[in-house]
Ligand binder design. Structure first.
Ligand code: UDP
Ligand code: MG
Length: 312
């Protein structure tokens, strides 16, 4: 009897008791306009404020709501991952449960999906009700990530996005523990497009993303998609070694011309600088190998095929 829904909405929930009922109502109102079957997967990320019970109550009244309840708080990215695992729709929309991502925008995402795009990410054009600190750090963060990572992760787009079933299946195969879903969904490729939207203020409650969690997310983004931190030692090493060789030449010239400048300390200084540089380079080399080991351990698929002839 089980009919597969066309759309799955995935929303992570961590202590959102004040927003949850309103969120459900808005989603139902918007999704009913599509005229298709849909489901709402609510992932309770270890709430302690009664969100869990409320979620179960909503699900009892509306079987389209499917609660996945975590044993403790595992963090936003893991909660969304679980939502993707439980999703059954042909298109899956990830959205925050605090109504900062306006549910109406889902219809625009769906429209693009129907045109054939497989990843439709929502791009924040404006942010409302957030501190300048959050807006500033977020903006710096997106620019930094964009510069240092190989995959071009669209700037100013959060996890609010629509993913085609094909993309969800690929992402579900990537079981890396430190997850940066935006990066992963860019990394997979396929036909991607952005849709601009205005990020609203929170409906109720406060952000569950304190600075500590934001920094953790930034680290996951950088380490998950770039070796740059590991390679820094190499760059620094070459710089120091190069400079010390240059200085060595200068000293030799000084000695040959009989100048008393830097008398006595030069050899020690050179030895320390040169060795320091060599050590940094060696560290960098270890970093390169470590980076490669890390890449293997992540176990991402080597390639992702969008279309291919029959294998036989
Ligand atoms: N969230 C979660 N686990 C966490 C932190 C947040 O599931 O550990 C959920 C939260 O309930 C919300 C979404 O992730 O639905 C985004 O969090 P929040 O609104 O606090 O982040 P912000 O919008 O301030 O960046
Ligand atoms: Mg929010």
């Amino acid at each position: 009897m089980e009919n597969k829904p066309e759309f799955t909405i995935v929303a992570p929930v961590y202590n959102e008791i004040e927003s949850l009922a309103e969120f459900y109502t808005c989603i139902a109102e918007v999704m009913d306009q599509t005229g298709e079957m849909w489901e709402l997967v609510l992932v309770d990320d270890g709430s302690t404020d009664g969100s869990t019970q409320l979620m179960k109550d909503i699900a009892r009244k509306d079987p389209r709501v499917r609660p996945v309840i975590f044993a403790r708080n595992f963090g936003h990215q893991i909660a969304v991952t679980a939502g993707l695992d439980y999703s059954r729709g042909n298109a899956v929309v990830i959205i925050d449960a605090d109504l900062q991502d306006p549910p109406e925008v889902i219809l625009e995402l769906i429209a693009r999906w129907r045109e054939g795009y497989q990843v439709v990410y929502a791009v924040r054009e404006e942010r409302e009700g957030e501190t300048w600190f959050k807006t500033f750090t977020a903006s710096m963060f997106y620019r930094l990530i964009y510069k240092i990572t190989e995959v071009k992760i669209p700037q100013d787009s959060g996890d609010f996005r629509l993913l085609d079933r094909t993309v969800v299946n690929v992402m579900n195969q990537m079981r890396e523990k430190h997850r940066y879903l935006r990066g992963m969904s860019s990394w997979v490729g396929f036909r991607q497009i952005g849709v601009p939207y205005k990020r609203a203020a929170r409906y109720a409650g406060v952000s569950k993303y304190p600075l500590k969690k934001m920094i953790k997310l930034a680290f996951n983004a950088i380490t998950g998609f770039s070796f740059l931190p590991l390679q820094l030692a190499t760059y620094l090493g070459f710089l120091v070694t190069g400079l010390s060789i240059l200085a060595l030449i200068v000293i030799i010239v000084l000695r040959l011309t009989g100048s008393p400048v830097l008398m006595g300390q030069a050899t020690t200084l050179m030895a320390v600088l040169f060795l320091g540089g060599v050590q940094l380079i060696s560290l960098g080399i270890i970093g390169e190998y470590l980076g490669r080991v890390y890449d293997e351990v992540k176990g991402r698929p080597l390639y992702i095929v969008a279309e291919s002839p029959e294998k036989e």
